[in-house]
Design a protein around this ligand. Structure first.
Ligand SMILES: Cc1cc2nc3c(=O)[nH]c(=O)nc-3n(C[C@H](O)[C@H](O)[C@H](O)COP(=O)(O)OP(=O)(O)OC[C@H]3O[C@@H](n4cnc5c(N)ncnc54)[C@H](O)[C@@H]3O)c2cc1C
Length: 468
């Protein structure tokens, strides 16, 4: 069965229980499957299981649905803080959106924040440089063969020198000698120290040394398999999980935080902030960076235990800024500001009406923002954007600082394959568990991001269904 409109109208409306509802007397409860997490993985797994006739319950620690799809409706322009870009190869997501009449915007634009702008205004080594001036700028300290390459293109340029995976799933059985750090791979491809410093400044990870080359190769294979324009979800990414939740009969209990999970021979006990629950099976979609802080007693396969403890998650910290006017239109310079300043990382224009921008820092830069007081972080950001781009002077206000790794429900934005971890993660994605089954974007085999969450939720549901 698909996520049909009929199932929305015909079924009982989703029993989304928020913290405002009276606290039920739960105690020890029997249900077929408890699903931990109302993100894409948990919602999709619930749909598959309830369609097959199983009794499920979703418990969610936060007071809202969507997990790492989060639309900040309280800010001007309702920007997204989590996943944004819907790849052309996201077959599951596109089918669900279609069934649930959740519209996609075909043009994403750099306003999506995660989009890789093709050009930018650079602020490097303390100097602001327009793209045309970059090759000859004194701020350009790249090696001879690199000087003509824009800083934001260095990763792509050297990426072309990396070995290729034939298919998105080929990383699962890749030659272990390929599982070297991205730093080693770049050095091998001839990247200068300065090129590596600039690639690391705005990496989709924390450090070049801590990321496996295989993760970069996997991302390239996924994008080759699903080329073409990306889309965004109309009205904000969170609209999709909200629609998925409405279409379920499975109750969703928000504000119920899991504190411990114990697997026994005949079922699984889940300790929560509102008492214990018991189910024949549990699907746990908590990101491993967060799960490693929760008591877990279960006969785990060794690769799963190792990955729960050690899978790295990218640290990113954001600031949302409003502008008195779209100043970027008045100076004739590119919209996006791309810097090696750890306080700024990249500054994307989110939109013109209302004029909003997003600062996107990663790794050590995200740590810096997170350690500063909000007042200091806001003052540094505004002063540094004004210095890099004088047309912004006096026009900016920080509306919100947002850090995923500060959230106990995420502790990072998404996983990457740590150096030397590919075989272990591949084995973890194939481990089926007994009564406790894991899902989430980190356990996908062939896709990434939102589609990965759906892929893993589907597999977890199938694993459980084979046992009934
Ligand atoms: C900044 C950012 C940018 C991104 N950009 C993109 C993009 O452009 N394109 C793309 O495809 N993907 C992107 N992603 C990734 C995408 O958003 C995720 O892969 C996907 O949403 C993950 O879904 P999930 O169900 O696996 O996990 P989640 O959505 O994290 O769901 C897990 C759920 O478990 C809950 N939970 C955690 N701990 C507990 C607990 N103790 N008790 C109860 N509940 C708990 C959480 O609150 C959460 O709701 C991005 C993510 C981020 C953060």
């Amino acid at each position: 069965m698909t996520w049909s409109r009929r199932s929305v109208l015909g079924g009982a409306s989703a029993a989304i229980v928020t913290g405002l509802a009276p606290r039920p007397a739960w105690g020890r409860t029997e249900t077929d499957v408890v699903i931990i997490g109302a993100g894409l993985a948990g919602l999709h797994a619930a749909h598959k299981l309830e369609t097959a006739g199983l009794k499920c319950l979703i418990i969610e620690g936060e007071m809202r649905i969507g997990g790492r799809l989060r639309t900040l409706d309280e800010l001007p322009g309702s920007p997204d803080a989590g996943g944004i870009q819907v790849g052309s190869g996201y077959h599951r997501l596109r089918a669900i959106a279609d069934d649930l009449k959740v519209a996609l915007n075909q043009a994403s634009g750099s306003g999506a924040g995660a989009a890789e702008a093709r050009t930018a205004l650079f602020h490097i080594n303390g100097e602001t440089v327009a793209p045309a001036d970059w090759p000859k700028s004194p701020a350009n300290r790249l090696g001879d063969g690199e000087r003509a390459t824009l800083p934001l293109a260095l990763g792509f340029t050297y990426g072309a020198h990396l070995p290729r995976l034939e298919t998105p799933g080929a990383w699962l059985a890749a030659d272990p000698t390929l599982d070297i750090s991205y730093a080693e791979a770049l050095r091998g491809a001839g990247a200068s120290v300065e090129a590596m410093r600039l690639i690391e400044a705005n990496l989709n990870g924390n450090t070049l040394a801590g990321m496996s080359q295989l993760g970069v190769m996997r991302a390239a294979a996924i994008s080759r398999a699903g080329p073409g324009p990306t889309a965004t979800i109309r009205g904000g990414s969170q609209r999709l999980p909200e629609a998925m939740a409405r279409a379920l009969r499975t109750p969703i209990r928000c504000g119920q935080v899991v504190t411990a999970i114990r697997e026994e021979a005949d079922g699984v006990t889940v300790e929560t902030s509102r008492g214990a629950l018991r189910a024949r099976h549990v699907i746990c979609t908590i990101p491993f960076a967060a799960l490693r802080h929760i008591a877990l007693e279960a006969p785990l396969a060794q690769p799963m235990a190792t990955m729960i403890a050690a899978l790295p998650y990218t640290r990113a910290s954001f600031a949302y800024l409003s502008a008195r006017e779209p100043f970027w239109k008045s100076d004739g310079l590119p919209e996006t500001l791309w810097t090696d300043d750890p306080w700024l990382g990249r500054v994307f224009v989110l939109g013109e009406n209302p004029p909003m921008l997003k600062v996107w820092t990663v790794g050590a830069g995200a740590d810096l923002l997170d350690r500063a007081t909000p007042a200091l972080a806001s003052a540094e950001i505004v002063a540094r954007v004004e210095k890099a781009r004088p047309s912004a002077k006096g026009k900016l206000k920080v509306e919100r600082l947002f850090s995923w790794q500060k959230s106990p429900f995420a502790r990072g934005i998404y996983h990457h394959i740590g150096t030397g971890q590919a075989a272990m993660l591949a084995a973890a994605t194939q481990a089926t568990g007994q009564r406790l089954v894991f899902a989430g974007e980190h356990l996908a085999q062939e896709s990434s991001g939102m589609e990965a969450a759906l892929e893993s939720g589907e597999r977890a549901a199938q694993t459980i269904l084979t046992r009934y």
